[in-house]
Ligand binder design. Structure first.
Ligand code: PMP
Length: 401
């Protein structure tokens, strides 16, 4: 008998499991709106032209070797990543107050940040929005933090429960960590306004809470890298401390290359130096050092002004296509006279729409229309195209009538 004979079958990941189910479906009209990856109008994965160019450039450079990177990764990539999120003229960068580690995409950056906090920070509680990306709970719990939630989404308005958010963060113990989605909140697509961010910032600073930004969609929400970074920059402009986990999965389409960075913005350069030294001790026993290829692609693009500009254009095109899918779906439901208010489809932002459909309605749409999505009614707008909008609108119409 196997020594593992007693092991029970684990459930599929609630998000990645949607694709497993989709792959088994034989229907020609099947549609996968569960996956959080960009698709073209033709429903195909997209490799950006500028990424192909950077890869070609790297292949042609005969001086490149495959040596190990340092524990903190590619130094150039780290500098450029901090600049990307904090801005060219960020005083925190100029004053050497930012410790950055190249990590395994957004997830790895969150995990390294959480491991660091569990080891070196006095308060172990992290508040995440309700709801949040499902993996947050697991990443932070596994790192040894204790996860609590703060109010975020209002199902009535399908918008922000701002009062609830302020009350819950206001009641958090001093020093508690607060996870904030920098933009394009996943799964709801609901972001605070700039004025609301300012109130959140004041509350967090006045209570001495520690902000931890998850920035998985910079540039993907509005089409502008700077606009999407604004909430983070507001928190850095006040001179206070924060954590930032960045991912290049969506905005450079580097999903499987696992390119990301953790930045810890400190109040003083000497603190940042010591924090950086401790980050190495956190990372070394986990994976020694990060992979070289994806970060080299990203830094090739970030440091070359022609490639950088080309990237911005391609990034905006992805964001614009998603925004246009929102409009087309909203128009299709309006034209059909589907009961209910669907304006949240065009008000929400980023990759996902939180439709408001319940798990029974989702199950109905999967069974009758071969449309796949997470059971909370979240659909990936990036998985839609002009040719599939009518099928989705038919399914939604049938599900609610
Ligand atoms: N945070 C959020 C909110 C996300 O939506 C995602 C991707 N689904 C991530 C982090 C991490 O993604 P990755 O590890 O692929 O960069």
């Amino acid at each position: 008998d196997s020594v593992f004979a007693a092991i029970v079958q684990a459930p599929e990941d609630p998000i990645l499991g949607v694709t497993v189910a989709y792959n088994k479906d034989q229907s020609p009209v099947k549609l996968n709106l569960g996956v959080g990856a960009y698709r073209t109008e033709e429903g195909k994965p997209l490799v950006l032209n500028v990424v192909r160019k950077a890869e070609q450039f790297l292949v042609n450079d005969q001086s490149r070797v495959k040596e190990y990177l340092p524990i903190l990764g590619l130094a150039e990539f780290n500098k450029l990543s901090a600049k990307l999120i904090l801005g060219d003229d960020s005083p925190a960068i100029q004053e050497n107050r930012v410790a950055t580690a190249q990590c395994l995409s957004g997830t790895g950056s969150l995990r390294v940040g959480a491991e660091f906090l569990a080891k070196h920070y006095h308060e172990r509680t992290i508040y995440v929005p309700q709801p949040s990306w499902g993996n947050h709970l697991k990443v932070f719990t596994m790192a040894g933090l204790s996860v609590k939630t703060y109010s975020y989404y209002d199902p009535e308005t399908r918008g922000l429960n701002f009062q609830g958010l302020l009350e819950d963060l206001g009641a958090a113990p001093a020093g508690a960590i607060v996870l904030l989605h920098a933009c394009a909140h996943n799964p709801t697509g609901v972001d605070p306004t700039v004025e609301q961010w300012e109130q959140i910032r004041q509350l967090i600073r006045s209570k001495g809470l520690l902000p931890f930004f998850d920035s998985a969609y910079q540039g993907f929400a509005s089409g502008s890298l700077d606009a999407d970074a604004q909430p983070v920059r507001m928190f850095v402009a006040d001179g206070g401390e924060c954590f930032i986990a960045q991912s290049y999965a969506k905005n450079m389409g580097l999903y499987g290359e696992r390119v990301g960075a953790l930045s810890i913005v400190c109040k003083a350069a000497d603190v940042a130096g010591r924090v950086e030294s401790q980050l190495k001790l956190v990372i070394r026993p986990m994976y020694s050092n990060p992979p070289i290829h994806g970060a080299s692609i990203a830094s090739t693009i970030l440091k070359n002004s022609d490639m950088y500009n080309e990237w911005k254009i391609e990034l905006k095109a992805m964001a614009d296509r998603i925004i246009s899918m929102r409009k087309q779906l909203f128009d299709a439901l309006t034209a059909k006279g589907t009961p209910g208010d669907w304006s949240h489809i065009i008000k929400q932002i980023g990759m996902f729409t939180f439709t408001g459909l319940n798990s029974d309605q989702v199950a109905f749409m999967t069974k009758e229309y071969h449309i796949y999505m997470t059971s909370d009614g979240r659909i990936s707008m990036a998985g839609l195209s002009s040719s599939t909008v009518p099928h989705l609108a038919d399914a939604i119409h049938a599900a609610v009538t």
